[in-house]
Write a protein that binds this ligand. Structure first.
Ligand code: ATP
Length: 284
């Protein structure tokens, strides 16, 4: 028996940090949605009680450090499954990019093994399990556009944004989410985005208002640490993207574009100095 799952990339249309918590995490308020750039995950039952991970991507761990491995172990232990599984990750989402590739793989593994082993867990139960693996995993279980609060695990689903093109560009650097949050002083954030404004723009299908409302407080840290991310944002703006923002803790920058006629020019312009560029659609 074999099952397949798609694990799409997420982008943050807004990301605000409200305060640092006693447990070391930050209280956040973000709007997350998914785009049509996805890893493909194949899960095949093994008679032997073991978890084996493989991937065509040479640069991710294939042992218990892999989030798909951790997800498989978690759901196996939780449900007392005595069988094994072979998991192949066909990675398309760039790693350590601010696109939640690992979290989405973990969520897809939970969904897939729930089906493969006929475990009958509901969405809420899968999200509760996912929470143990990472703050973005509960969102990735359904991938429905949502306002995320708490550490990112408290979700308020909202309608999907209006359909548009999303151009993603990742400069050739890896950014550590922990380092970026570590360098952020939540009490000294200069400008907070308005979550409500972005949520309303999505709700009322106002594309221009959505583009103007985009905001991410982590840019204050990442853009200072890595000037190439600032440069990429400026390029995307100059090339004519309607709204431009860094996703998560970076370094990926995305541009929202409503007119298909503009997409090729922006894509080609960015490819001039950045290898990882993708033109995809918002997932609705
Ligand atoms: P986030 O925005 O949730 O912090 P990210 O997009 O910045 O995530 P990931 O691609 O999830 O970053 O990778 C973060 C780290 O997780 C990397 O150091 C990578 O080695 C490790 N990792 C573990 N499992 C996976 C996986 N299945 N896919 C990608 N990276 C993984």
């Amino acid at each position: 028996m074999k099952v397949f799952e798609k694990a799409p990339a997420k982008i943050n249309l807004s990301l605000d940090v409200l305060s640092k918590r006693e447990d070391g995490y930050h209280d956040v308020e973000m709007i997350m949605t998914m785009v049509d750039l996805a890893d493909r995950i194949e899960m095949q039952e093994l008679p032997r009680d073991t978890i084996i991970i493989s991937s065509q991507a040479g640069y991710i761990p294939l042992d218990e450090k892999n989030l798909a491995f951790q997800a498989a172990k978690l759901i196996k232990d939780y449900c007392g499954v005595k069988k094994g599984v072979y998991i192949h990750l066909d990675k398309k989402i760039p790693v350590a990019a601010g696109l939640a590739g690992g979290s989405s793989d973990a969520a897809a593994t939970l969904r897939g093994l729930n089906r493969l082993w006929g475990l009958g867990l509901g969405t809420t139960e899968l999200q509760k399990l996912g929470e143990k693996l990472g703050s973005d995993v509960p969102f990735c279980i359904t991938g429905e556009t949502a306002i995320a609060r708490g550490r990112g695990e408290i979700l308020e689903p909202i309608v999907n944004p209006i359909q548009c093109w999303v151009i993603l560009a990742k400069p050739p650097i890896n950014v550590s989410t922990a380092e970026v949050y570590g360098k952020l002083d939540a009490s000294k954030i200069v400008s907070h985005p308005s979550t409500q404004r972005v949520a309303d723009a999505i709700r009322y299908k106002q594309f221009d208002e959505l583009c103007q409302g985009l905001g991410n407080v982590l840019e204050e840290v990442t853009l200072d640490l890595y000037p190439e991310v600032r440069h990429l944002k400026e390029c995307m703006q100059r090339l004519g993207a309607d709204g431009v923002l860094m996703s998560g803790s970076g370094p990926t920058v995305f541009g929202l574009v409503s007119k298909e006629s503009k997409v090729a020019r922006i894509y080609n312009g960015l490819r001039g100095f950045c290898k990882d560029v993708y033109a995809v659609r918002m997932l609705t």
